[in-house]
Design a protein around this ligand. Structure first.
Ligand SMILES: Nc1ncnc2c1ncn2[C@@H]1O[C@H](COP(=O)(O)OP(=O)(O)O)[C@@H](O)[C@H]1O
Length: 228
């Protein structure tokens, strides 16, 4: 029929990288720049734990140990979230997939609605830096929004950058012992996805050891190209 086009599919981007690589920070920047929705399975799981849902109860101890929550739970949570109307704008997946089983489930899920991923972007950093970064990060217990990083701004230790509050809290799993397990889980279970997406021709690598705005500028170029 004249003028009939197949509907444009919404962008689907994946951010890959170890804990502390800056996936969450960069996903929030991309959300604003490109009008996309950030989907963080870590945030969704923490919300399930706080709400005390069945999935949350099963996930709590696993997360505190720095291990990966079962594929079954995470895939179910992600599937439900993706079905919400705001995701029609396009999504940035932050922290998902983290295993090959999850990557395959995502491909199947997207194929059901005629979609596929635009790019899997790997934020490349080294492990030693990750431990330092994670042990220095705090969020604000007063406004819940502010963020403070003792590593980047030691002079402002303990003070929220948004509201000036002084009740800074560390995430339950941001301690040296758990961080080591999270890095181990990353190398054993998630790093193979770099090859998975490389083989599909969907992988983009970005050096991510520098300043947040330099990395986000690089990332924006890659995203603009992948979603054009
Ligand atoms: N896709 C996933 N599969 C399995 N477990 C997950 C997944 N996403 C998050 N988690 C769980 O939530 C924890 C926190 O994840 P996240 O907030 O992404 O932080 P980080 O990337 O800093 O480790 C992980 O250590 C893991 O236990």
């Amino acid at each position: 029929m004249d003028g009939m086009k197949s509907p444009a599919t919404a962008p689907v981007l994946i951010l890959l990288g170890p804990p502390g690589a800056g996936k969450g920070t960069q996903a929030r920047i991309l959300e604003e720049k490109f009008g996309l929705v950030q989907l963080s399975t870590g945030d969704l799981l923490r919300a399930a734990v706080s709400a005390g849902t069945e999935a949350g109860k099963r996930a709590k101890a696993v997360m505190e140990a720095g291990d990966l929550v079962s594929d079954e739970i995470v895939i179910a949570i992600l599937r439900d979230r993706l079905a919400e109307p705001d995701c029609a704008k396009g999504v940035i997946l932050d922290g998902f997939p983290r295993t090959t089983v999850q990557a395959e489930a995502l491909d199947t899920l997207l194929a059901e609605s005629g979609q596929q991923i635009n790019a899997a972007i790997s934020l490349e950093v080294d492990d030693a830096e990750m431990v330092t970064r994670i042990s220095g990060r705090f969020t604000c217990g007063t406004c819940g929004e502010g963020y403070h990083d003792t590593f980047k701004a030691p002079e402002k230790a303990g003070v929220c950058d948004k509201c000036g509050g002084t009740e800074m809290k560390r995430r339950a799993d941001d301690n040296a012992e758990t961080v080591a397990s999270r890095l181990e889980a990353y190398h054993a279970q998630t790093a193979p996805l770099i090859t998975y997406y490389g083989d599909k021709g969907a992988l983009q690598r970005i050096p991510a050891m520098g300043a947040i705005d330099e990395i986000s500028a690089e990332l924006a170029k890659v995203v603009a190209k992948a979603t054009a």
